[in-house]
Write a protein that binds this ligand. Structure first.
Ligand code: HEM
Length: 486
């Protein structure tokens, strides 16, 4: 017994000397969470209060002790903030472009993918992929988004007169949207639905793992039921992408397609561009990992956002009515050029992303000290920006829990303080797919609302509880019912 106590004491003393700079810094911020325990850090505290995932833990601690605050995850010091200026300073600083250690768990499914790759490696890949995210490429995708929404509507018409929709239904649609556009898949393999479903399963288990110190270490996680389920989900997800890519490659070889990387101006779908980059600047392995990640990033972010946007529309019939008026004005065939006319639809999506930022926080590790003007954050700090809490801060958002798309209308947008609305993050490592996401969601919402009336039993935003791994969703399936418009 004495031996264990003395060992812990020695360990603790060494730890304090080792991390002294962070400990000193953390006292200046918000000392409540500064006390640390060797090995398990302070993450056990939110767990003790029943926080079973990152978003509950982050917001719980924020509401108890205020922002900014400190958390220790094993040996890593985390500085959590929701200050828009500090977030901007750090996320735009080139010495803070590597990802915080919480992203290590993501490496399990997306090893060395664009999201988590080291800055130097990431820069080359991001620059190469940017070619497929140009407006001209997006323009060529819009007819597929339109067609896929119509197919979905045809299926919805076969349902009974009043039917519920769920996260998996929207994730399956957004997954199809990604593969028909970025991969050029023209038939619908059933495996796409399995991909979308397994991704949801993976996310649920990851959410629990991130805040549970007992399964934080991978070695133990492999023996945990969640770990075993995750391993199976990963195997399925990766093999589905492999099969789809192999099939597409064969089709291409048969068609004797010829792609040249120096053809900079061509509107290349992502898969075509990746094929042209193979073995040149990006290894085949990294290209595959990036494809798995981008497919996942495109699927559940937009799927969950659509689910919540429709739920909010069901809760607020006046907003739904105004939206329908705009869509009726724009006409039945929505093209790329019409997207700009859908300003109320865009405002509804933005208001959804404000209250429900599907990526609720982002994290970076600092390679150098960063001066925020009022304090210097030490090198090695893991900086976490709570987008969720920033978007609900009443200093920037009057009546923050009111669903009010008018905040984002062109005539009001100047009242939104810069840096306070960042659902796609900010800085060089922001979301590469934001324009695609917005275009696809606008088209989908417009077509579905024109055909279906939505209602929901929820009355207020306060009713929802959330759970988050990489992406966020409501803890319970929201109530969201559709009936055909007469
Ligand atoms: C509602 C929709 C979406 C939201 C709110 C969203 C949000 C975000 C955020 C916050 C990040 C930064 C993550 C971080 O810094 O840790 C990110 C990164 C990323 N997103 Fe999205 N995203 C959405 C849709 C999409 C779509 C449709 C695609 C692909 C077509 C996509 C592809 C990516 C990629 C590849 C990255 C990594 C970028 C990099 O590190 O260079 N996202 N997204």
């Amino acid at each position: 017994m004495y031996f264990i106590l003395i060992t812990l004491l020695i360990f603790y003393t060494v730890f304090i000397f080792w991390k002294w700079r962070f400990i000193k810094f953390s006292w200046k911020n918000n000392a409540f969470f500064a006390p640390i325990l060797p090995v398990i850090g302070t993450m056990y505290l939110p767990v003790m209060y029943g926080c079973t995932d990152v978003i509950t833990a982050t917001s719980y601690v924020g509401s108890k002790v205020g922002f900014p605050y400190n958390v220790w995850m094993i040996f890593d010091y985390y500085y959590f903030t929701k200050d828009p200026m500090d977030i901007k300073t750090v996320l735009h600083n080139l010495s803070a472009q590597n990802k915080a250690s919480v992203y290590d768990d993501i490496a399990y499914l997306f090893p060395n993918s664009l999201l988590i790759a080291h800055y130097k490696d990431w820069r080359i890949r991001r620059k190469a992929y940017m070619k497929c995210f140009k407006p001209s490429t997006l323009k060529s995708y819009c007819s597929d988004y339109f067609q896929n929404a119509l197919d979905k509507i045809d299926n919805m018409r076969k349902e009974k007169s009043d039917f519920a929709m769920s996260y998996d239904a929207f994730n399956r649609l957004t997954c199809k949207n990604f593969f028909t556009t970025s991969v050029g898949l023209n038939e619908e393999p059933g495996s796409l639905n399995i991909f979308a479903d397994k991704l949801l399963e993976f996310e649920d288990d990851l959410a629990k793992k991130l805040v549970n110190p007992l399964i934080h270490v991978m070695l133990w996680y492999h023996l945990h039921p969640g770990g075993i389920r995750t391993a199976n989900a990963i195997k399925t997800i990766r093999s589905i992408i492999k099969q789809i890519l192999e099939k597409k490659m064969h089709q291409r070889a048969d068609a004797k397609a010829d792609f040249h990387s120096e053809d900079n101006n061509a509107e290349l779908p992502l898969l075509d561009l990746m094929t042209s980059l193979k073995e040149s600047i990006i290894s085949e392995k990294d290209l595959f990992n990036d494809m798995v990640f981008i497919a996942a990033a495109a699927t559940d972010t937009t799927g969950h956002t659509l689910m919540m946007a429709f739920t909010f529309l069901g809760m607020f019939p006046d907003v739904q009515e105004t939206l329908l008026e705009e869509i009726t004005r724009v006409g039945s065939n929505i093209t790329f050029d019409d997207l700009l006319k859908l300003s109320y639809t865009e405002a509804v999506i933005n208001e959804t992303l404000r209250l429900f930022p599907v990526v609720p926080f982002v994290g970076r590790v600092l390679d150098k000290d960063i001066d925020l003007g009022h304090k210097v954050i030490p090198r090695g700090t893991h900086f976490a920006a709570s987008i969720f809490d920033l978007h609900r801060d009443n200093r920037y958002w009057p009546d923050p829990l009111k669903f009010n798309p008018n905040r984002f209308l062109p005539e009001n947008i100047s009242k939104v303080q810069p840096g306070t609305f960042i659902p796609f993050s900010t800085g060089p490592r922001d979301c590469i797919g934001k324009a695609q996401a917005m275009a696809m969601m606008k088209i989908t919402i417009a077509l579905i609302i024109r055909n279906f009336k939505i209602h929901s039993k929820h009355k207020s935003i306060e009713e929802f509880q959330y759970i988050s791994g990489i992406t966020m969703k409501t803890r319970q399936q929201p109530d969201c019912h559709f009936s055909l418009r007469q």
